[in-house]
Ligand binder design. Sequence first.
Ligand code: XMP
Length: 304
Amino acid sequence: MVKADKFVHESIEKIKKEVKGRAIIALSGGVDSSVCAVLAHRAIGELLTPVYIDTGLMRKGETERIKKVFADMNLEVIDGKERFLNSLRGLIDPEKKRKAVGEAFIREFEREARMIGAKYLIQGTIYPDRIESEGGIKSHHNVGGLPSVMDFEKIVEPLAELYKDEVREVARALGLPRGISDRMPFPGPGLSVRIIGEVTEDKLDVVREANAIVEEELVEQFAPWQTFAALLEKGTGVKGDVRVHGWIIAVRAVQSRDGMTAEAMELPWEVLKKIESRITSEIPNVSRVLYDLTPKPPGTIEFE
Ligand code: XMP
């Protein structure tokens, strides 16, 4: 286990030594990239440009939240919604979707890095990201994409040896708000891996609302390691007196140490019922809600 304060001190010194010019970091609002951004900002100050790309695949209210939390850094917010949606059009295969999102990120990044003249890329890659990508389980896009293609003098990955719980400790040592230090992981490809098959704006609207409801009902009260909603397919239902062909939403809540293995949580029935009732009543075109019992393995945490 890292001694968080020592880690903070040492990694700031290391970044100072390694980074000798303008640097860019992709902020996703998750704990990894936030910790990285704060470390890098303390090390190199105004030489750092944190960039947040609004991919349209983010959680509800995310862009506003990020702007607020990082108000004291010269944060660049890029609206990439249309470009990400275009790059995902027609794709069904999960790995192709991941690659498309990864490549769309690269293009956004290249443009921005060129504009500010950044020679250094700082990334919040953590140890399990590397293991899972190298092991060929899934190509985590922050590992499989950026470094090899882009023309940076150096890629700096201050968290590359840390597990998630260690990153959280560092976040607390840095004095980041609990909303960030204790935040659940969220995948780089965002809500695109929580939609089975093709990603469309309609499906994104549904799954974003469903995720917000699940988070509201479970995060505070049950402190899951991760919880979310995924949009599966369409199924027949009845709303009022009318037959509907509506979306099927799966709810997932897991406990885990580091995301490598996971157990589905045993949630009280009335809580599950409330989630079902909120999702089917608040989101018009949802006809069915399921709860996923599968541990990892054999399932993964995300649906794609
Ligand atoms: P899986 O679904 O592989 O997820 O059991 C393990 C953990 O990793 C997150 N995850 C990702 N994170 N890029 C990321 O940055 C990705 O492509 C990606 N895929 C999954 C997932 O949310 C879980 O916390």
